[in-house]
Design a protein around this ligand. Structure first.
Ligand code: AHR
Length: 510
């Protein structure tokens, strides 16, 4: 009997597009949490540290990612944070207890040090305001301190602390996960919506051009979702530009095929909030647009068990302990590829997204204090999407067999996103083969681009062991390799995608 070959037929056409991708979907997040800041980006005395105590090895790995924005300083941390603790001479800054993570923070990094680091690594800050334990007045003071002119109280204080020129931070998050009962200062949707609207109004009185992000749901399993979004937007619609969503991905039961269907849940989450935005827009007869800022996403579950003691408070108030240090495996490469593909396909409404987080804490980059910095497995799909996933998202027509899973029925074995870079004359395709044992032959029609397409790059990630990781002692166990066998003939690209694999195929369009 002749063995059947599993096939995916895909059609791409230069005129079938979704949206211009906002580069800011490749942004990231850094919180004062565990070793993200201390011995993550900041470690005076490290052999690679610069004059500000920032690690040069980490800075280079970050720089390579070309990250547009980094959200800071939290996260749950921000909901009890006093931004004033992080300014002025370092020796005078207070040590505070961090109520979110049961640790302590000596405030050696604050908004000045963070801005200097952003300048050094070629990114920009997206700052979060404390609307948990604090309110409108501290918010306006913070924004004036960061962006205000000298010749006024806060601008002059900034100058005294070393920066005469305003930082000119354009994007501000109005609190963090205010729907979460775990949050310091958790609020109902009405309470938060009113406060967020008044805060937005006040910040706009200072500068109407700021981009403001209001909190949506912490995840789509929250009891208050999606009513939270509707109520909060009813209060704030005209005053904000983005609504923030968060989602973390986990494979606690070790069920790979279900795990790999989670991005269908992500897709529904985004689509539901998109509909809610449109509902409120219609209710208000508004011309204003609100987009989604997916400003926390990643895999997070590997470290849950080892974090319990610290989070329960049984270790006192340690400074920068190992917390949320997920060691990612090859399976997570597939998951991160699927998440990024989803953002590309939803680029009509997702205008910002932040991988959470960036260094040590559920992060693509790991460090050893005094030692090396290395790339976790998930660094790679994020890197390739950030570098080559810029342009216009293509509306691909896809036909492929599928399987029934926890988060959807008939989940296609192939997940694919396409990006057309018209200026560069290239198209990049990011594909995951979800099938555990069978290769998939991709037949991708490029005839809609005319010209003579040619394969210019093909990167593949696959591994015999789904649980394989990159560690201090084995930093290159899971890495991309050059793919083989991708050819374009008669305007059709064909390539075989190995079982459980991620790949990027780039073509020049002639
Ligand atoms: O990124 C870790 C935490 O996850 C953040 O502090 C919080 O916003 C979310 O619950």
């Amino acid at each position: 009997m002749k063995a059947t070959v599993m096939k995916a037929t895909v059609t791409a056409h230069r005129d079938f597009t979704i949206a211009r991708i906002d580069d800011r979907i490749y942004s990231a997040f850094l919180e004062h949490l565990g070793r993200a800041i201390y011995s993550g980006i900041y470690e005076p005395g490290h052999p690679t540290a610069d004059k500000n105590g920032m690690r040069g090895d980490v800075a280079q790995l970050v720089r390579d990612l070309k990250i547009p924005y980094v959200r800071y300083p939290g996260g749950n941390f921000v909901s009890a944070y006093n931004w004033e603790d992080g300014i002025g001479p370092k020796e005078g800054r207070p040590v505070r207890l961090d109520l979110a993570w049961h640790t302590s923070d000596a405030n050696q990094v604050g908004v000045h040090e963070f801005q200097d680091w952003c300048d050094a690594v070629g990114t920009k800050p997206m700052l979060a305001i404390n609307l948990g334990s604090r309110g409108l007045d501290e918010a306006r003071n913070f924004v004036e301190y960061v962006n205000g002119p000298t010749g006024s109280f806060w601008g002059d204080l900034r100058k005294k602390n070393g920066r005469a020129d305003p930082f000119d931070c354009r994007i501000w998050c109005l609190g963090n996960e205010m729907d979460g009962p775990w949050q310091v200062g958790h609020k109902t949707a009405d309470e938060y919506g009113r406060l967020a609207n008044e805060t937005a109004k006040t910040l706009r009185a200072f500068d109407k051009t700021l981009e403001l992000v209001v909190c949506g749901s912490s995840n789509s399993d929250m009891k208050t979702y999606p009513e939270w979004e509707r109520i909060v937007l009813e209060h704030t619609y005209e005053a904000v530009d983005h609504i923030s969503l968060h989602m973390y991905f986990a494979n606690r039961k070790g069920e790979t095929q279900n795990y790999l269907s989670l991005n269908h849940k992500l897709d529904r989450y985004i689509t539901t909030v998109e509909s809610t935005i449109n509902l409120v827009k219609a209710n208000k007869r508004s011309k204003h647009d609100v987009a989604i800022s997916f400003d926390e996403w990643n895999v997070w579950y590997h470290s849950n068990e080892q974090d319990r003691a610290i989070l329960a408070g049984s270790e006192g108030w340690p400074h920068a302990p190992r917390l949320l240090e997920d060691i990612y495996n090859f399976e997570d490469v597939l998951q991160v590829g699927l998440i990024l593909n989803t953002f590309i396909r939803k680029s009509n409404v997702v205008k910002m997204a932040c991988i959470a987080q960036l260094v040590n804490v559920i992060a693509p980059i790991m460090t050893e204090p005094g030692g090396a910095a290395w790339r976790q497995t998930i660094y790679y799909p994020y890197y390739f999407a950030s570098i080559f996933g810029r342009g216009t998202a293509l509306q691909l027509a896809v036909t492929c067999p599928g399987y029934d899973a926890e988060h959807d029925d008939n989940v296609p074995y192939i997940d694919i996103a396409g990006v057309h870079d018209a200026e560069g004359g290239t198209a990049s395709f990011f594909a995951v083969n979800r099938h555990p044992t069978e290769a998939l032959v991709l037949d991708l029609s490029l005839q809609g681009f005319g010209g003579k397409a040619q394969v210019i790059d093909h990167q593949v990630m696959t591994h015999a062991d789904l649980r394989a990781t990159n560690t201090l002692g084995a930093q290159n166990n899971v890495v991309p390799r050059k793919g083989q066998g991708a050819v374009v003939a008669g305007g059709n690209l064909t390539v075989s995608l190995p079982p459980h694999s991620w790949q990027m195929i780039r073509v020049s369009l002639g």
